[in-house]
Design a protein around this ligand. Structure first.
Ligand SMILES: NC(=O)c1ccc[n+]([C@@H]2O[C@H](COP(=O)([O-])OP(=O)(O)OC[C@H]3O[C@@H](n4cnc5c(N)ncnc54)[C@H](O)[C@@H]3O)[C@@H](O)[C@H]2O)c1
Length: 268
């Protein structure tokens, strides 16, 4: 088992053992594992008997692990980041909306020696966006389309008193910039936050959120343009059976990032 396979391996701590964190643990614990990385500790408020490493608090996680993979609700990211920065640990951050919602995270990171890595999550096309940023992005738009029940509990749905059950056709339920979208749908629009961080920032990245009863999964379409290139990318993700607000792809983007960190040749 990879928990004991290599004592020189980088010790990974996974914070949040829900749909995404559990999937990352499964890969780290699998027979093949992730070369150079070992699951060392996890942190979840619930007990996680299926993950055979100690379940510890954020402080212990940061103290005892070399690298932290965050898979928490966005609201729990600030205390985890505090602990990681206090110990100079790098942080893989899947809840990218937290960087927009809690800008103090980036302030506190300064001088800590910690790096933050944001994986592509449920999105595709960020490789192109990063290169286009160097050319000067003129426009960045993301449209996210999900079944109405995927938005249950979002602050915007509650504040606007939107009856998700009454939506019978594909409906635009939100249009605004990535900052406002993150406040409105903190658990749904990490993709918009990630696009904005890779591209032209949260104020200038346009976001559309669509509820579609006919949608079988979560679709994200991005349109990014510069003077010389136009990018149109669309990804269709089936909802994660463990959490319909998430996509299986998001967990695998963390795994892919960990694999890249140990590769001699990195593509993209
Ligand atoms: N970047 C992306 O494209 C993308 C895509 C999907 C999901 N996400 C985000 O990833 C994050 C995780 O998603 P998920 O589907 O695994 O969520 P989940 O709800 O299935 O799991 C979250 C876990 O965190 C645990 N938790 C809550 N508070 C905690 C605390 N204080 N300390 C320790 N553990 C705590 C919960 O018990 C739960 O097990 C969410 O913020 C989600 O919005 C990002």
């Amino acid at each position: 088992m990879s928990t004991t396979r290599n004592t020189d391996a980088i010790k990974v701590g996974v914070a949040g053992i829900g749909a995404i964190g559990r999937a990352v643990c499964r890969v780290l614990l699998s027979e093949t594992g992730i070369d150079g990385y070992v699951l060392h500790r996890v942190s979840d408020v619930k007990s996680v008997p299926d993950v055979p490493v100690p379940n510890v608090d954020f402080e212990t996680l940061a103290k005892e692990c070399d690298l932290i993979a965050e898979c928490l609700p966005a609201a729990q990211v600030p205390p985890l980041a505090d602990a990681a920065f206090a110990h100079g640990r790098d942080l893989i951050l899947i809840s990218s909306a937290a960087l927009l919602l809690y800008p103090e995270i980036l302030e506190k990171q300064k001088g800590s020696g910690s790096r933050i890595y944001v994986p592509s999550g449920a999105l595709a096309g960020l490789d192109g966006v990063k290169a286009m940023r160097e050319m000067g992005i003129e426009r960045a738009l993301i449209a996210s389309i999900k079944p109405p029940k995927g938005f249950e509990g979002a602050p915007y749905i509650i504040e606007q008193n939107i009856d998700l059950g009454a939506i019978k056709d594909k409906t635009l339920i939100f249009s605004g910039n990535a900052l406002d979208a993150s406040k409105a749908f903190p658990a749904n629009v990490n993709v918009a936050a990630t696009l904005s961080l890779a591209g032209i920032g949260p104020q200038d990245t346009q976001v559309e959120v669509w509820a579609d009863p006919a949608a079988k999964g979560n679709t994200h379409e991005i349109k990014v343009s510069t003077r010389f290139s136009t990018l149109n990318a669309r990804i269709e993700n089936m909802p994660d059976p463990a959490n319909p607000k998430s996509s299986v792809l998001a967990a695998q983007s963390i795994v892919a990032m960990l694999r890249d960190m140990s590769r001699a040749v990195v593509i993209g």
